[in-house]
Design a protein around this ligand. Structure first.
Ligand SMILES: [Zn+2]
Ligand SMILES: [Zn+2]
Length: 574
């Protein structure tokens, strides 16, 4: 969790520097470092101790020293100083999508707007319309941004909450007396945002467990400290964590109860009543004699009700209960089904490592293949490839495929779908590649018809195999652009184009609901991490979770195929 803390400070420093109009290179270095630290596979303090943090790309000497300072003192002096210059409310305003540092600063310095509430009030009452440098459109964007922020308020992206939950479990597991400890709640269902972290435990001696929990260094404030239940707020994120100790013979019933969803559980209770039983967090009971029939495991609970056990990701009362009663639940994809990660970047565009380094890391994860898919040239900020550099990369990968024995590299590109729907690369060169991902990276605010036309036109070239991060949304930061999905999916169906499920925690794009819709068109999917650094490849399981929430099985996902078979599929034999 120390990595998240440091990353949070680095991005806050970048925010304040932006408000101060500081050197853009310095700002970018902090932003980049925040991402690098978030993605580290190991805790920064352990890496410093072992001397492994120096040499990590993106962490220069100065930043290394700051991380060391945090590890040793729990603070970074530069940040403590900078924090004094602007109230927290101004920084909150900066985080609103659609408000840049210039606007935030202007509003604060001219009108003393120092909180989101105040800003909303000003925007709604038309008071900021007349301000020089603020257009009418900006006001609309500000209000939209505030609404977007509010829509996830009090909820946290799965990518923030899950690692924290796993860290806490990792620490509490070792406490004497603990036998079983698991995450419940929406985090277990892998919802894309979660409200809090629920943990259930069985223990012969709950006292020490509760003590250990409320004294964890990650905790900022203890809300309650009981003998079998405690809750607390975490540092920085202020996520609430609840730890409950339950009896062993009720653990399964409690897991079902606290995992939800609410509507799923209501249906379960109705089924229990129909069969002369009662279901609650302690177990399944026979109503006549109040005898307990099941409760120790979830499997027992579902079985006692005449149901197949339902995977947590699909407990949403969307038809899963009816299928479970018939014992006809689909077999959902699992992490191990994935044979390769087919969207990633290298130093040829905005990635951190070479194709060979990415391949070696992927080999360590047990993959059969990867695809290197760097950006095309119109994405200037990412240093996208022009045709000449793409040719060089193609040769390099051919060479690597001769050299590397245990993993194959597919030649690919994430090509921009330009604002007129054309592709940002010579068709002849795209044709030479194994996999082409077409992505929209610009013109997000175009009208619905226009964006739809771009995507359809791109697919109709017959050169695109996959549509990358199809909706373009970033959780809590950017809404999906507007698209006529029926038209896009219909075209994808005709052209045999797969939809990407981008596993990068802020994206999770397509969403579970969109996956279900795409599937009604018979579409196939690829689950990818869009890694810009080897450490990001571990996010694959987030994509698999979304796929499971979208009811996908192994056969729906193209990169579960063996190397030879995915090549055949990509070559057009679909
Ligand atoms: Zn992209
Ligand atoms: Zn990408």
């Amino acid at each position: 969790m120390i990595n998240e803390e440091i990353a949070h400070i680095f991005s806050s420093i970048a925010d304040i520097l932006e408000l101060k109009n500081d050197n853009p290179f310095r700002i970018r270095a902090y932003r980049k470092a925040a991402l690098v630290v978030t993605d580290l596979a190991e805790d920064a303090d352990k890496m410093i101790e072992a001397g492994r943090l120096s040499g990590v790309p993106g962490i220069g000497k100065d930043l290394h020293a700051k991380i060391e300072e945090y590890v040793h003192t729990g603070k970074i002096a530069t940040f403590e100083e900078l924090k004094k210059e602007f109230p927290q409310g101004v920084l909150d305003i900066l985080y609103i999508p659609g408000v840049g540092p210039k606007t935030a600063k202007l509003l604060y310095e001219t009108y003393g707007i120092n909180s989101i509430e105040k800003l909303e009030d000003y925007a709604n009452s038309g008071k900021i319309k007349g301000i020089k440098g603020i257009k009418e459109k900006t006001v609309a964007n500000i209000l939209k941004g505030i609404a977007l922020k509010k829509s996830i308020q009090g909820r946290f992206p799965l990518g923030t909450a899950l690692p924290i939950g796993e860290t806490i479990i990792g620490e509490l597991k070792s406490v004497k007396g603990v036998s079983t400890i698991e995450l419940a709640g929406s985090i277990r269902r892998r919802k894309e945002t979660v409200g809090d972290i629920d943990i259930l435990v069985t223990s012969d001696d709950p006292g020490p467990l509760m003590d250990r929990f409320v004294n964890m260094k990650e905790i900022e404030r203890v809300l309650s400290h009981g003998s079998t239940r405690s809750s607390a707020l975490l540092r920085d994120t202020h996520i609430q964590v609840d730890v409950r100790v339950v009896e062993k013979d009720s653990f399964g019933a409690a897991m079902a109860y606290f995992t939800g969803s609410k509507s799923h559980n209501i249906k379960l209770r109705e089924i229990a009543i129909k069969t002369g039983c009662k279901l609650n967090e302690y177990g399944v009971f026979n109503v006549k004699n109040n005898k307990k029939i099941a409760g120790a495991t979830e499997q027992d609970v579902y079985r006692a009700l005449g149901l197949q056990w339902v995977p947590p990701e699909i407990r949403e009362d969307q038809g899963e209960i009816e299928l479970a009663l018939d014992h006809r639940l689909p077999e959902l994809i699992i992490d191990k089904d994935i044979r390769g990660d087919v969207h990633m970047h290298t130093v040829y565009s905005d990635g951190d490592r070479t194709a060979e380094q990415m391949a070696q890391h992927a080999q360590g994860l047990g993959y059969e293949y990867i695809a290197i898919t760097d950006h095309s040239q119109s994405l200037g900020v990412a240093g996208g490839l022009d045709p000449e550099r793409l040719k060089v990369q193609i040769r390099e990968i051919d060479g690597l495929n001769q050299k590397l024995k245990r993993i194959k590299i597919l030649k690919g590109m994430e090509v921009d779908i330009l604002s007129d729907g054309s592709l940002d690369m010579d068709p002849g060169l795209l044709d030479r590649l194994d996999i082409v991902i077409g992505s929209v990276h610009s013109g997000f605010k175009q009208p619905k018809e226009k964006i739809t036309m771009r995507m359809v036109k791109a697919m109709e070239t017959g050169l695109v195999d996959v549509i990358g991060h199809p909706s373009g949304r970033l959780i809590g930061e950017r809404d999906a652009y507007e698209v006529d999905w029926d038209a896009v999916f219909k075209s994808a169906q005709n052209m045999h184009v797969a939809m990407e499920i981008n596993a990068y925690p802020l994206r999770l794009d397509l969403t579970d609901a969109m996956i279900k819709k795409a599937r009604t068109y018979g579409l196939k999917f690829v689950i990818t991490t869009d890694s810009h650094d080897p450490n990001q490849m571990r996010y694959m399981s987030y994509g698999v979770s979304v796929a499971r929430r979208g009811w996908l099985g192994k056969d729906d996902v193209v990169n579960t195929k063996r190397y030879k078979d995915i090549l055949t599929w990509l070559k057009g034999d679909r």
